[in-house]
Design a protein around this ligand. Structure first.
Ligand code: HEC
Length: 132
């Protein structure tokens, strides 16, 4: 009986941690005014090519480092370092820390697009990455 209880508790506990943080992340965007995240839009933006003032004529996109098959590992375009897959279906560690996720959005949107991504753009991309 005791063992069964522990088992049930630990299963529901681990489920809560996983679903909980993704929910918390989407909740935080909802509070910022996003109503419907659109995965299709997120995918388009992910693969869209930008040439910015800072890129000196070079093409940049999210997929430059993360790849366009988000279930596979990416490779940093400048350092050559391996980047773990972005799709949460194959990488459970993705998007579990709201602060980290938002920090990287800020940094990577600036570098790639030349400006910060709007909350709608961020949540569209997240919807895309969490449904692959
Ligand atoms: C120059 C390379 C590079 C480009 C281009 C790039 N990223 Fe990243 N991205 C990284 C690195 C490095 C990390 C941090 C390491 C990691 O999380 O694996 C990261 C992490 C992230 C994270 C955090 C994921 C998490 O676990 O919470 C998000 C979100 C993200 N990137 C989104 C984007 C988006 C959106 C774009 C396009 C606008 C983009 N990235 C373009 C290199 C890049």
């Amino acid at each position: 009986m005791k063992i069964l209880l522990i088992l049930i508790l630990s299963i529901s506990f681990s489920k809560n941690i996983q679903a909980g943080s993704l929910e918390a992340l989407f909740d935080s965007y909802q509070q910022a005014g996003v109503i419907t995240p659109k995965a299709e839009q997120g995918k388009l933006l992910w693969n869209k090519v930008f040439i910015t003032e800072k890129s000196k004529g070079k093409e940049r996109s999210c997929s430059s480092c993360h790849g366009s098959d988000v279930r596979k590992s990416g490779k940093h375009i400048r350092t050559g370092k391996l980047i773990e897959p972005m799709a949460s279906s194959v990488n459970l560690k993705r998007f579990r820390d709201v602060k980290k996720t938002k920090k990287w959005f800020k940094r990577n949107c600036k570098w790639t697009i030349g400006r910060e991504c709007s909350v709608q753009e961020q949540v569209d991309i997240l919807k895309y990455l969490t449904t692959q």
